[in-house]
Design a protein around this ligand. Structure first.
Ligand SMILES: [Zn+2]
Ligand SMILES: [Zn+2]
Length: 311
């Protein structure tokens, strides 16, 4: 843990003793490059209380928010498709915060809620939080996965009994979006949190839809979807931990795992089984890398894991 550099409180003697100088030097070496400076978080979805606290706590790095229309980078509702990967989008948002405010360090987050690629019957929420430092020319990011996000949808009309759907949707804790089920994309009602608004939106959207139905779905924006919020907070906490760790060679914040080498030799045939063997830690600014073995020397993989011995 880093400590704040304390000022000398003796005003009568202005010349520091050799011991003071040694202490000051040691403390300045401990001083984190982001201590007591400011970063800017681009969001309009109330993410500041999720992202700022771990940075303040771990390195006294202050984050303030700027209300930027991040929907221009793409929306969950699909009216504006996202350009590029989620990481690219998060970086672009952070850079817009920097350009808009002149603050040199920008942060942003981006979530993707989709079927899990390996288990498509499960919905996975992947939240990325990124930090862009224009002065040090670094980009550092971390992510967090969750299978606990609440997301559901149904096609219905205003007279249907929605009791069980609303319970599954955790309404009104989680807010809803209503749109016409087919045909015209308008009107769209977002952030619905009470029954009266829901009923009137259902009525309007069902009337506008050729099949007489409205589409109701979870509003996935971070300020309307409480089950996303702890996931964003966890990604921010990981990023704060990484930012707190500085490169042993150049002292740039953001030291951490950059790659994992797979390959444990099979005990029978010696061919490599794709299990983590070595962790590579690296710096976002310089080329310094450190290799840390994850298994004891001479570790062999069980032949049951080997595609050659157990095809
Ligand atoms: Zn084998
Ligand atoms: Zn470095």
């Amino acid at each position: 843990m880093l400590r704040k550099v304390q000022g000398r409180n003796d005003s009568r003697d202005t010349s520091p003793s050799p011991k003071d100088l040694a202490d000051i030097k040691q403390q300045s070496e401990l001083r984190h490059p982001y201590m007591d400076i400011l970063g800017v978080l681009a969001t309009k979805h109330d993410k500041l209380p999720l992202i700022a606290p771990p940075f303040l706590h771990v390195v006294s790095f202050r984050i303030e928010t700027i209300d930027i229309d991040t929907d221009t980078f793409g929306t969950f509702t699909g009216e504006i498709p996202r350009q590029g990967s989620p990481l690219d989008t998060a970086i672009a948002k952070a850079r817009l915060g920097i350009e808009t405010t002149g603050v040199k360090i920008g942060l942003a987050s981006e979530g993707t809620i989709a079927p899990d690629p390996e288990m498509p019957f499960l919905t996975v929420d992947r939240e990325i939080v990124v930090l862009v430092d224009e002065v040090k020319r670094i980009i550092v990011w971390e992510s967090q996965l969750s299978y606990d996000v609440i997301t559901t949808s149904i096609s219905a009309n205003a007279t249907d009994d929605l009791t069980s759907f609303l319970s599954k949707a955790d309404f009104p804790n989680h807010h809803l979006i209503v749109r016409p089920n087919t045909g015209t994309p308008q009107p769209v009602y977002k952030g619905i949190s009470d029954i009266a608004t829901l009923t009137s939106a259902l009525h309007d959207c069902a009337n506008a839809s050729p099949d007489g139905l409205a589409r109701i779905e979870t509003d996935l924006r971070a300020n309307h979807c409480p089950s996303r919020r702890p996931v964003i907070a966890a990604a921010a906490e990981r990023l704060a931990g990484r930012i707190a760790t500085c490169c042993p060679a150049c002292n740039t914040p953001g030291w951490g795992i950059v790659d994992i080498i797979l390959g444990i030799p099979c005990a029978w045939c010696g061919s490599k089984v794709p299990r983590p063997q070595t962790e590579i830690q690296g710096c976002p600014a310089c080329r310094h890398r450190e290799y840390k073995s994850l298994v004891a020397l001479g570790t062999q993989a069980d032949p049951s894991e080997c595609s050659a011995c157990n095809p």
